[in-house]
Design a protein around this ligand. Structure first.
Ligand code: WT7
Length: 648
C-alpha cells in the first residue's frame, strides 16, 4: 500500500463545486444537524407536495425502520425528464454508443427521452401494469433500458433489473421472487461482437413462471423469429403509443426498484430502494463526486444490471440534467482502445469504471491509450473493488496524464450511492484508499469480536455506519426480518457493511475486502454459497466448498473444492461439464476459475466446513494454517495441499 498523497491542484479546486474548506464546513454541518442539512439538500429535486419531515430512522434490532422525507410526494421520472424540458428539451440526455463502432451512435435529447419514456409507460399500462406492480427488465445496454426504468418510475411500478449476463434460471427466480407482471427483454444482446439470445433465455425462464406473466420484446438485432402467446412486440407497440403519459404522484418512501444482490448465505436478496431519499442522494453524489458542471459529458461504463448503472448512468445524472453516455459494448472490442476511442469521440469529461477493466487494459500496453485524444478528461473514477496502486498509478499517469483527480468510490448496492470517496477539488488522494466519507456519512471501525467501536485514529476492524443517509436501502423485498438480521444484528445499533477496513493516521479509510463469505470477482459480487448450491445440484457432486483467491485481473477468482459422489471418476470432461453447469445455473460470471477434486473437506467434529483453511490453501499460503486441532480428519488437509491448483 502506498502512502503517497496527491493533493487537488489549485486550478481544479478553484473551479470545483467543493474545495477543502467547503468540504469540512459541509461535513461538519451534515453530522451536527442531519435534519437541517438533508432538509436543505432535499430541495435539489422537485416535490409535488413538499416534505415537512426529513428523517425518521431507527437502527434498533426488531424495529429497524428507515424513512426520509416521508410526507413528501414526487415522481422520479418527472425529476429526471420533465423538469428539464423548459430549458433542455434539445440538449442530449443520453449518448448511446453501440457495441460495434461501425454502427452509429445515438444522441437522445431530453424531449426524445420524454417521448420514448411515455410511449413505454403507455405500453406497460396497456398490459395492465399499475402502481406498485413489479416489472423485470432483462435488456442489453440499449436506450430502451433507460426508457423502461423511467417508464416504471413514471407510472409507479417497481422495476427489478436482471443483468443480461444472468442465466434463465437466475432470471426465473427473480421473476418469481418479485411476482412480476411483465418482463421486458430484447431479441438479442450484442456484446463484444457476440450475441446473447435474451429472448430465448427469457422463454426458458418463463417456463417456470405463472402463465399470466407477459413478455415485452424489444427489437435490437432483428435476430428473433419465434413468438409465443405471452409475447408482445415492444418496438411496434411503442411506435403506436402516445408520447404523453401523466406521471403518478408517489410517496417519498414508495419503492422505486428492487435489485438482487449476493450475500454470505442463501440465495440473493432483493434490495429495495425507495424514491425521494434515493434520488436526492444519487443526484447529489453524481454532481459533487464527479464535479459535474453544466455542459459536461459524463460516462459511467457500468451496466444497468448493477446498482452503479442505476445511480450513475440513469437516475443521478438525469436528475441533474446531465449528458450521460450509455455503452453497449466491452472495453476490449474491437480492440483494447475502445474505451479511449469512445472518450475521444464523445469528448468525455468524467469517466467512471472498474479496477478490473483498468487492470485488463493496462496489461495490453500504453499504445492503445496514447493513440487517442483524451484532452477533454477532467475527473476519473473507480468503483467496485479496491484498486491496487499499480492500476491507480497507470490510470493517473497514462489515462489522466497526471491532470485528472481520481475518485475511488466505495459503496454498495445497499447504500444507493457513494459513502466514502474523495471529492476531486477537496480531497488529497492516496492510491488504494477511498479516503473520507461523503456528507452525512459516519463510518466507524469496530473490533470484530467485541463489537466495540475503536476510537483511535489508526484502527483496523469491521466497517459499520453509525447513522442513516437518504440513499440507504429500506428493506429486503418481502423479508424485513432478513434485512434486520443481515445488516443490524451482528453489531447492534449500526449498519454492518460486510467489509473490513483500516483507518490510517490521517483518518483515511482503506477497504481490506469482505469479512463474510462474499467474494468480488471482476467487481461483481458473488456469494460463495450460491456457487456451492449450484455445484451440489449436479448429480455427480456430493459436496462443494467455494472460496476466493487473488487473481491478477479479476481481483478475486473463484476456487471450488468439489467432492464427487462415490464411484464417480474425476475427469477433465467432468471438470468442463461442471464449469458449464455453473454458467447455466447462474451465469458466466459465476464460472469457477479453478476446480480441485477433494476426496474430503476439512470439517470440525460438529461437521462445519473450515473455510479459513480452504481459503489459505486457495491463496497458496498454507504455511500458517492456524489451529487445525479441532478438525475431525486432519489428513484431508494434506491431500488438499498436495493437490492444490494455485501453486505459486
Ligand atoms: C462491495 C459492494 C458499489 C457498486 C458496485 C459494487 C466492494 C465497492 C469499492 C471500492 C474497495 C469496494 C466492497 C463492497 N467495493 N467499491 N471503491 N474499494 N471495495 O456493488 O456489488 O454491492 O458490492 O464491493 O467490498 O462491500 P456491490
Amino acid at each position: 500500500m502506498s502512502d503517497t498523497t496527491y493533493p487537488p491542484s489549485a486550478d481544479f479546486a478553484a473551479n470545483a463545486h467543493i474545495d477543502a474548506a467547503k468540504y469540512t464546513e459541509m461535513y461538519d454541518a451534515s453530522i451536527n444537524d442531519p435534519a437541517a442539512f438533508w432538509g436543505e439538500h432535499g430541495k435539489r429535486i422537485d416535490w409535488i407536495k413538499p416534505f415537512t419531515k426529513v428523517k425518521d430512522v431507527s437502527f434498533e434490532l426488531g424495529k429497524v425502520s428507515i424513512n426520509w422525507y416521508s410526507d413528501g410526494t414526487l415522481n422520479v421520472a418527472a425529476n429526471c425528464i420533465d423538469r428539464h424540458l423548459a430549458t433542455r428539451a434539445n440538449q442530449t440526455a443520453i449518448i448511446w454508443e453501440p457495441d460495434s463502432p461501425d454502427e452509429e451512435a445515438l444522441h437522445i435529447t431530453y424531449q426524445e427521452l420524454h417521448d420514448n419514456t411515455c410511449r413505454m409507460a403507455n405500453v406497460l399500462k396497456d398490459l395492465g401494469v399499475t402502481r406498485g406492480d413489479r416489472v423485470v427488465i432483462y435488456l442489453p445496454m440499449i436506450p430502451e433500458a433507460a426508457y423502461a426504468m423511467l417508464a416504471c418510475a413514471r407510472i409507479g411500478a417497481i422495476h427489478s433489473i436482471v443483468f443480461a449476463g444472468f442465466s434463465p434460471d437466475a432470471l426465473g427466480a427473480r421473476i418469481n421472487g418479485s411476482d412480476a407482471k411483465v418482463v421486458i427483454t430484447a431479441d438479442e444482446a450484442p456484446r463484444g461482437g457476440r450475441k446473447t439470445a435474451l429472448k430465448s433465455n427469457t422463454d426458458a425462464a418463463l417456463l417456470h413462471c405463472d402463465d399470466r406473466v407477459k413478455n415485452l420484446v424489444v427489437k435490437r438485432t432483428g435476430g428473433q423469429t419465434t413468438w409465443t402467446e405471452r409475447d408482445y412486440d415492444c418496438t411496434a407497440l411503442m411506435a403506436a403509443a402516445s408520447t404523453e403519459c401523466a406521471p403518478e404522484e408517489m410517496g417519498a418512501e414508495d419503492p422505486l426498484f428492487i435489485l438482487y444482490t449476493s450475500g454470505s448465505t442463501g440465495q440473493p436478496k432483493g434490495v429495495v430502494h425507495t424514491s425521494g431519499g434515493y434520488l436526492v442522494y444519487a443526484s447529489m453524489t453524481q454532481e459533487l463526486v464527479f464535479d459535474y458542471h453544466e455542459g459536461d459529458i459524463y460516462w459511467c461504463t457500468a451496466d444497468v444490471g448493477w446498482v452503479t448503472g442505476h445511480s450513475y448512468i440513469v437516475y443521478g445524472p438525469l436528475a441533474n440534467g446531465a449528458t450521460t453516455v450509455m455503452f453497449e459494448g466491452v472495453p476490449t472490442y474491437p480492440d483494447a482502445s475502445r474505451f479511449w476511442q469512445v472518450c475521444e469521440k464523445h469528448k468525455v469529461n468524467q469517466f467512471y469504471t472498474a479496477p478490473t477493466a483498468l487492470r485488463a487494459l493496462m496489461g495490453q500496453g500504453n499504445s492503445f491509450v496514447e493513440k487517442c485524444d483524451l484532452s477533454d478528461l477532467k475527473v476519473l473514477g473507480t468503483v467496485g473493488e479496491p484498486i491496487n496502486p499499480e492500476a491507480w498509478n497507470w490510470y493517473n499517469e497514462v489515462v489522466g496524464k497526471g491532470n485528472c483527480p481520481i475518485v475511488d468510490t466505495w459503496w454498495q448496492t445497499e447504500t444507493g450511492g457513494h459513502l466514502m470517496t474523495p471529492l476531486p477539488g477537496a480531497t488529497a488522494t492516496k492510491p488504494g484508499s477511498c479516503t473520507t466519507p461523503f456528507f452525512g456519512v459516519q463510518p466507524v471501525i469496530l473490533d470484530p469480536t467485541s463489537g466495540v467501536e475503536i476510537h483511535d485514529t489508526e484502527a483496523e476492524g469491521v466497517l459499520c455506519i453509525k447513522d442513516s443517509w437518504p440513499g440507504q436501502m429500506r428493506t429486503v423485498y418481502g423479508d424485513h426480518e432478513r434485512f434486520e438480521k443481515t445488516y443490524f444484528s451482528d453489531y447492534k445499533g449500526y449498519y454492518f457493511t460486510g467489509d473490513g477496513c483500516r483507518r490510517d493516521a490521517d483518518g483515511y479509510y482503506w477497504i481490506t475486502g469482505r469479512v463474510d463469505d462474499v467474494i468480488n470477482v471482476s467487481g461483481h459480487r458473488m456469494g460463495t454459497a450460491e456457487v456451492e448450491s449450484a455445484l451440489v445440484a449436479h448429480a455427480q457432486v456430493a459436496e462443494a466448498a467455494v472460496v476466493g483467491y487473488p487473481h491478477d485481473i479479476k481481483g478475486q477468482g473463484i476456487y471450488a473444492y468439489v467432492t464427487l459422489m462415490n464411484g464417480v471418476e474425476p475427469t477433465e470432461e467432468l471438470r468442463k461439464e461442471l464449469e458449464k453447469w455453473v454458467r447455466t445455473e447462474i451465469g458466466p460470471i459465476a464460472k469457477p476459475d479453478l476446480i480441485q477434486w477433494a476426496p474430503g473437506l476439512p470439517k470440525t467434529r460438529s461437521g462445519k466446513i473450515m473455510r479459513r483453511i480452504l481459503r489459505k490453501i486457495a491463496e497458496d499460503d498454507f504455511g500458517a494454517l492456524g489451529d487445525t486441532s479441532t478438525l475431525a480428519e486432519p489428513a484431508v488437509v494434506d491431500d488438499l495441499i498436495e493437490n492444490r491448483m494455485n501453486r505459486g
